[in-house]
Design a binder for this molecule. Structure first.
Ligand code: ADP
Length: 537
């Protein structure tokens, strides 16, 4: 039984709640200054001195060594947002911490945590409904300039911002290049087929888009051709080398000629296997493991390209783009005359090219899905890594928007509109949830407030103006377009952010609100923290 010694091992009631809120607030405070287009960056130095410079919420939290259990929930929250949406990781943590702070105030004022939770859930449902019904704008024509604006909003806080026109257009071209229709007839954008290659040197503006999937490795031997067309690609997940006897297998040999025979047989077996592979028509062989010199010789003789030590993730993407199946063992083909040709992938050509002083293998004209590669150039590793993160976020945002077709205005417009709406909704509720809904409404304003503070503007005044605008808009129903009014952070005024091109996918906002609310509720419902003693368990 774990020890339940009240002294030291267990904290309960308001004590634990306050402690949890303080921890989450600390996490949020770290991220606050990096929110928005004028947010600042963080420099993270790990124990061996490796430096990362970023303002991506998920990356910052991933690198922090967080010990407090409640703060860990915040860390997971950012990770989930990153996995499910790809952007909005900073916002989700800031919002969750604010919701939690307000919830804690309510509990201190003797509102039961369960009432707070049900009020928050109600507010969350209403907020999401309001976004979908009133705030989201269906984009009739998703033309390139619109998508470029979308990518620019996502990049605005990252180090690519000064050249965001150029990069946003690269992102849009890349996403549009990997368009496909799935079996249900839906259009999808396989952004996983976009390989990002990072190459030192030149300036960031020399980054470009390559048609085809680029593998960051060259041929395994110089004797191999540097181009094969059409290509039939085998994706393997095992070693291609001399077959060895199983571990623990003992053969007693008295005659040295016998030993030679065993060796010969091992060699023959390998040759047969490679022959099967080649007979099936494979002329490009990619493996995640090694290929020994003898096997390489066979491939050179057959005029095939072989590449070893391809990262598993890349080989999966190649398999998906070319229609190949990743084969994990040779045993599947034992005893058969040939390797099953249906597992081979197809592409128009595979060619080795020089990209920024490195040999890369380009797979062009992939048959099943198209694939492209983004070659990023930059002065140093920190810059390249941060560029990759910014590209990842922007790619996700463009994909989500193209797939869902609904957008909302950014720059605090949605949060303020929701806050004003929920505030008046709270007044109509004659139940215990009223206070919680009102606090929820108030908490949403943290996003425009932090955006304004980071832009060195008077947050109190700006947010008050914004609230007044939205209040007027919601009471006079015909002024629909007011719902897109958000902050112009450079001038410190209000503007229609939809027209200004500061847009975000509606789904991203809905997810931020849902995930932040769930996290806040999870933490506020904790009223006991018991540390289990290992020795006695
Ligand atoms: P996150 O990691 O949450 O995406 P960001 O640092 O990317 O955080 O900031 C996103 C916030 O910045 C969103 O609320 C978005 O509406 C706002 N934003 C982005 N660009 C602009 C802009 N040009 N003007 C006003 N607000 C902007």
């Amino acid at each position: 039984m774990p020890s339940l010694d009240i002294m030291g091992d267990r904290r309960s009631g308001q004590d634990v709640r306050t402690q949890n809120v303080v921890a989450c607030q600390a996490v949020s405070n770290i991220l606050k200054s990096s929110l928005g287009p004028l947010g600042l960056d963080k420099m993270m130095v790990d124990d061996i001195g490796d430096v990362t410079i970023t303002n991506d919420g998920a990356t910052i939290l991933k690198m922090l060594e967080i010990e407090h259990p409640a703060a860990k929930i915040m860390q997971e929250l950012a990770e989930r947002q990153d996995n499910e949406v790809g952007d909005g990781t900073t916002s989700v943590v800031i919002l969750a911490a604010e919701l939690l702070k307000k919830a804690n105030n309510l509990v201190r004022n003797k509102v039961h945590p369960t009432s707070v939770a049900s009020g928050y859930r109600l507010a969350m449902r209403e907020a999401c409904k309001y976004i979908e019904e009133k705030l989201a704008v269906k984009v009739e024509k998703l033309d390139k300039s619109f998508l470029v604006n979308l990518a620019k909003t996502s990049m605005s806080s990252k180090l690519l911002a000064p050249n965001s026109d150029y990069f946003a257009s690269l992102v849009v071209d890349a996403v549009q290049a990997v368009k496909m229709t799935n079996v249900n007839g839906e259009t999808k954008y396989l952004i996983k087929s976009i390989n990002i290659l990072k190459a030192h040197g030149k300036s960031a503006k020399d980054s470009y888009l390559l048609k085809g999937y680029a593998l960051n490795t060259g041929r395994a031997a110089q004797g191999m051709p540097s181009r094969v067309a059409p290509a039939r690609i085998a994706c393997l997940d095992f070693n291609l080398g001399r077959t060895k006897m199983q571990m623990g297998c003992q053969v007693l040999v008295t005659d040295p000629r016998e030993l030679e025979k065993i060796r010969q047989r091992e060699t023959d077996l390998t040759r047969e296997r490679i022959k099967k592979l080649l007979n099936a028509g494979a002329n490009v062989i990619l493996t995640t493991k090694g290929i020994d010199d003898m096997s390489l010789k066979y491939f050179v003789e057959a005029g095939a390209i072989a590449v070893r030590r391809v990262p598993k993730e890349n080989i999966r993407h190649v398999a998906r783009a070319t229609g190949a199946t990743l084969v994990s063992t040779f045993a599947d083909m034992e005893g058969e005359e040939t390797f099953d040709p249906s597992v081979l992938g197809h592409a128009d050509e595979v060619v080795e090219e020089h990209v920024a002083d490195d040999d890369v293998l380009m797979i062009k004209g992939t048959k099943t899905n198209s694939a492209v590669s983004l070659v990023l150039r930059g002065a140093n590793d920190f810059m390249l890594d941060e560029m990759e993160r910014a590209f990842h976020d922007a790619l996700c945002i463009v994909k989500r928007t193209l797939e869902s077709n609904m957008v909302v205005a950014g720059g605090g417009a949605v949060e303020t509109a929701l806050s004003v709406y929920l505030e008046s909704l709270a007044m109509t509720l004659g139940s215990r949830e009223q206070l919680a809904v009102a606090e929820f409404a108030d908490a949403l304003l943290i996003i425009p407030k932090v955006l304004a503070v980071n832009a060195a503007k008077d947050a109190t005044e700006l947010v008050a103006k914004l609230q007044a605008y939205h209040h007027a808009a919601q009471t006079k129903t015909e002024k629909q377009h007011f719902s897109s009014t958000g902050l112009d952070l450079l001038k410190g005024t209000l503007r229609n952010n939809l027209e200004a091109g500061v847009v975000e996918p509606a789904m991203s906002k809905v997810k931020i609100i849902q995930l932040a609310t769930e996290a806040a509720i999870t933490i506020i419902r904790i009223d006991d923290m018991i540390k289990l003693d290992k020795d006695e368990s």
